[in-house]
Ligand binder design. Structure first.
Ligand SMILES: [Zn+2]
Length: 58
């Protein structure tokens, strides 16, 4: 009963801290901020769905 899983976490969670990335909407050209822990986000201007993995294409 020691809760070891939680105690072993700090160093690891620091590495995986989410960070924002700016991507350009392929549909309207607006700048969209997507966080590294988000799988997808919506363009606030046209509603286009941008997937996180798509940012590697451009
Ligand atoms: Zn857009």
């Amino acid at each position: 009963m020691k809760g070891r899983d939680f105690n072993d976490r700090p160093a690891c969670s620091y590495k995986t801290m989410p960070f924002p990335t700016e991507v350009t909407c392929p549909q309207c050209g607006a700048e969209i901020e997507i966080w590294s822990d988000e799988e997808e986000t919506h363009c606030r201007l046209c509603g286009y769905v941008v997937f996180n993995h798509e940012r590697y294409i451009n």
